[in-house]
Design a protein around this ligand. Structure first.
Ligand SMILES: *Cc1c(COP(=O)(O)O)cnc(C)c1O
Length: 404
């Protein structure tokens, strides 16, 4: 693809106007929106209103002027992005905390089923939290196996199949309907982590018969660093599962100030403490922006950006570990390189921001909402130059930072 061809594609892109809705810095090609989405222009005014008017002027009255509804209201908006009903999603806590709540709840559903099955190499927090959650339920165990052995690991002791829809390293995507079906045939529930797919990849939770899901607010949803996460429970389970973090905001009547815990109906029971309104204001502004985009157009563009980037990798001899088949992948592309860390740092020093995943993965998020084909072509020139000149071999680029 030439620069002129890229510009022609960008000019014809029906999503082009979304780029100006983000405050992307000059001189940066941002290929890490799958890890921290960039700043929407609507966010600062939304936070300004939250701080100055809603908090500063309205003070505690704001709880009855929209705040107390915010976790359900924003959950309902996210629901339309992931194929769920508006009353099946709530915004609360972090993805890690939401995983804990749902795993323990699923383990308590049927005393005969005590095993959580997951994938070795799943995102670390998913396995770490599962390890902690099984420790809280007598007799429960975590069985983490390689991808090829997941089907065989399911059995009549399985309470829950815990899978991440799109793999954070390789971008491999599970067939949600097929794997939900496998879990159900074994008599288990399925919990999908949508952190690396929500906002970029087509998701149809209800069309796939999914039971439970969680996901991040700060990746493709652009909610800001550490934005609140979301949690989904299919209607059929809402009365039968309850949160082990039985806090007062999930109580049926928090302002009755009762001593005993009675879970609220619907999704409200998955709240634990007081909703973080500053974080929720940022998330709502960015989710509103995502709702303006056509999901079909988003995915079609993601596929073309990926193909353009994959062709570049091939031309310069980089080893792509992400699936070529769009139906089997997410919206990022990963390459394996023995010097992936140094390469990543050298690219960042030239304004191409991707990231590194231990031990040898160089990862680029291809977020269709604001990236253009010109970005891809410009990134190619820099990548090619950094490789050809060996610029990445400078020892400065091998110093490890705390966050990679
Ligand atoms: C990013 C990510 C998380 C992050 O969880 P936090 O609690 O927000 O730190 C969890 N799971 C997956 C699959 C992720 O990609």
């Amino acid at each position: 693809m030439t620069l002129d061809e890229a510009r022609a594609l960008d000019a014809a892109d029906p999503l082009r106007s979304f780029r100006d809705r983000f405050a992307l810095p000059e001189g940066v090609i941002y290929l890490d929106g799958n890890s921290l989405g960039p700043l929407p222009r609507a966010t600062a005014p939304a936070l300004g209103d939250m701080i100055e008017r809603q908090w500063g002027e309205r003070l505690i009255r704001s709880w009855n002027e929209g705040w107390i509804e915010a976790p359900r209201r924003i959950g309902g908006k996210i629901a339309t992005l992931i194929g769920a009903g508006a009353d099946e999603v709530i915004v609360a806590d972090s993805t890690s905390a939401n995983l804990f709540k749902l795993i323990v709840a699923a383990l308590r559903l049927d005393p005969k089923r005590k095993t959580v099955v997951s994938e070795l190499g799943n995102f670390p927090t998913d396995l770490h939290i599962a390890e902690g959650a099984v420790g809280c339920v007598p007799g429960a165990v975590l069985k983490a196996v390689p991808r090829a052995e997941i089907g065989a690991a399911l059995g009549d002791d399985t309470a829950l199949l815990l899978l991440t829809h799109v793999h954070y390293k390789t971008a491999e995507r599970f067939d949600m309907a097929a794997w939900s079906e496998k879990a159900h045939v074994a008599g288990a529930l399925v919990l999908w982590d949508l952190s690396h797919s929500a906002g970029a990849v087509p998701i149809d939770l209800n069309g796939s018969n999914a039971d439970l899901a969680v996901g991040c607010g700060y990746k493709y949803l652009n909610g800001g660093p550490g934005a609140p996460a979301f949690l989904h429970v299919h209607t059929k389970w809402q009365d039968r599962l309850a949160s082990p973090l039985s806090g007062w905001m999930g109580h049926a009547a928090p302002f009755a100030f009762e001593d005993g815990y009675r879970p609220a109906t619907g999704m409200t029971r998955w709240l634990a403490g007081t909703p973080p309104m500053l974080g929720l204001a940022g998330l709502e502004a960015s989710v509103d922006l995502s709702l303006e985009a056509d999901l079909g157009q988003l995915w079609a563009k993601s596929v073309r950006l990926f193909d353009a980037f994959a062709a570049i990798g091939k031309a310069i001899g980089l080893d792509c570990v992400s699936p070529a088949d769009p139906a089997r992948r997410g919206s990022h592309i990963s390459f394996r390189h023995p010097q992936a860390y140094a390469l990543c740092q050298a690219l960042i020093s030239r304004g191409v921001i991707g990231d590194f995943r231990d031990p040898d993965i160089l990862r680029f998020g291809l977020t269709p909402l604001y990236l253009g084909f010109e970005d891809v072509v410009r990134a190619r020139a820099i990548l090619r130059d950094v490789l050809a000149t060996g610029a990445y071999l400078d020892p400065e680029f091998s110093k490890r930072n705390a966050v990679t």
